[in-house]
Design a protein around this ligand. Structure first.
Ligand code: FEO
Length: 171
């Protein structure tokens, strides 16, 4: 079943937000790389790729339902220069919370419109956001524990750098 015009607009906004989220992670990766935290930079770039996967999932859903997906204007990432490693991951969490709220809003809109077809996709995203926030929260906790211990920071950096490479395809 086709999306209503209102829902299509919301789905297109979510697609745009996922691409913005990807760009935010790319910028945060640059901030980490600028401090020679190459493992963290790599982790953040993988996260940026995962946001493209998210955008592609929404795009596929819109197209599969006979609508036309459209990417909107991508805003520049609001990332300050010289963030500490802790601030980098706090900014990541802030980004994820923003995306989670947008997913919940989208879910409410689809439910209000009785759009059952989008439920499986949005359920997947609700679960995904719980996992993403939890992962970033865990990293924040560990960076806090490390404090000013340079060796500890380098160990975490190496661990985050070992994240396996994924694909940007939706499936
Ligand atoms: Fe697409 Fe990390 O939310």
């Amino acid at each position: 079943m086709k999306l209503t015009d209102d829902l299509l607009k919301k789905f297109n906004e979510q697609i745009t937000l996922e691409f913005e989220s990807s760009m935010a992670y790319r910028q945060l990766a640059i901030e980490a790389d600028a401090q020679d935290l190459v493992g963290m930079a790599s982790w953040l770039r993988h996260q940026a790729d995962e946001e493209i996967v998210h955008a592609n999932k929404f795009i596929d859903h819109v197209l599969d339902r006979g609508n036309h997906a459209e990417i909107g204007a991508i805003g520049a990432p609001m990332v300050e220069r010289g963030l500490t490693p802790l601030a980098i991951f706090e900014a990541s969490l802030e980004n994820e919370v923003k995306v989670s709220n947008a997913i919940r809003d989208l879910y409410r809109e689809t439910e209000a419109a009785g759009d059952l077809d989008s439920r499986p996709l949005l359920n997947w995203f609700v679960d995904e956001q719980i996992e993403e926030e939890s992962t970033v929260n865990e990293i924040i906790g560990r960076v806090r524990l490390i404090g000013n211990d340079g060796a500890g920071l380098l160990r975490l950096d190496a661990e985050l750098g070992s994240r396996s490479v994924g694909t940007t395809e939706a499936d």
